[in-house]
Design a protein around this ligand. Sequence first.
Ligand code: UN1
Length: 504
Amino acid sequence: MSSSLASEAKTLLDAMGVDAAKLGGSISVSSPIDGSTIATVAEQSADDMNKAVESAHAAFLEWRTVPAPVRGELVRLLGVELRKHKEALGKLVSIEAGKILSEGLGEVQEMIDICDFAVGQSRQLYGKTIASERPGHRMMETWHPMGVCGVISAFNFPVAVWSWNTCLALICGDSVIWKPSEKTPLTALACEAILNSVIASFEQAPAALAQVVIGGPAVGEALVDNPLVPIISATGSTRMGKAVGPRVAARFGRSILELGGNNAMIVAPSADLDMAVRAICFSAVGTAGQRCTSLRRLIVHESVVDKLVPQLKKAYGSLPVGTPLDGGTLVGPLIDEAAFSMMQDSLTKAKEQGGTVTGGERVSVEQCEGGFYVRPAIAEMPAQSDVVKTETFAPILYVMTYKDFDEALKLHNEVPQGLSSCIFTLDMRETELFMSAAGSDCGICNVNIGPSGAEIGGAFGGEKETGGGRESGSDAWKGYMRRATNTINYSTELPLAQGVSFDV
Ligand code: UN1
């Protein structure tokens, strides 16, 4: 399969206008489908990053005075181009990140959706008018562009996360530098080519407005430490966030962190179990358990566990595991061997901590022997032990039981992460309690749907070790702008606030 994947990737890159000169170099890109090398790309240096930041800063100085609705027009045109390239980019996501084709296409749709959202937002960068306590005065707030926005993204959503940040940053008047995951540089180069084709034909857009810099930790550090980058939006592991957050804070930069999740579903006695099973399968097994929103913990009422778990095991047993390019597949490969080892390690720990594990073994897929395919695992746990509290980026679903609702809520919140959560119940009291101040402590809290697959219209992100940042919809745009409070005196007097007198 290897040589055909490499040539397929090349054809897709060509179709999306990626310059052949960008290919060839010391970073080898492999497809998780069969582990084969599909391309090589050049590794850039910290010096390259600093130069890119300088030119992006110069681009920002021009872009910030372009009217916001005109900036929105650039993003509208990006959406038009993405529609044209949806098939090609979606397929390249499948080849490079290993997600099934439908999810690859869904990820590009998510990009198109945020383009549309950002275009509308570009005419709604509203500030408030505030009543002044002084006669003849008016107060208001104004939102201004910030500068260069640095985007650091992970392999699992190799293109959508960039677009959430970039579309908002661009309409907000910022320029963007993207350091993609070293595991998925091809899709990044494709996005760069698509956006640059739009920028090149857009009179008001400076050429250096949006750039991609590919490299390892040194390149990331150069971005994170550069004082000309007032915003760093980083998506990835909590370990990465712990390194990035304090460095940005040390120079009083702003970080938008979207880190690990350990997302749970409470299944209450009244739950529609058939619906719950379908929701569990998509959210625990989709993207081979490699979404930050993947379902990892199931907290099931003891009265329904004996019905739910056998139903789940039956569904898990028949899940089609295989190459993501095959239309019938639901479970594609893990990203690489390291991910497989981490999964096996967690399953060993689950057994040591008293769990009973079903599934989790490697599955051999014909002609894809170098890929790491697994049967998704269910681990029935006697308690919420250490392994359950740790995010493992793989399809492992830990199952625990509860007796009363307070216990379920306690278990639910007793993990370090706080991204997404959900409950299956038909009981209105449980629903409201779960969404209340005393309920789920996560940034996303759903009822009768799973924790993953959020729409772009809502703010996306979570609390605790998830990092606290918000991206995508709602008022997440404010994270890409600075606010000025203005007081205007249209009287002929100069009264001071708080009744202070200071006559000179
Ligand atoms: C991620 O895994 O980093 O809600 C993002 C979801 C997707 C985004 C996931 N819309 O599952």
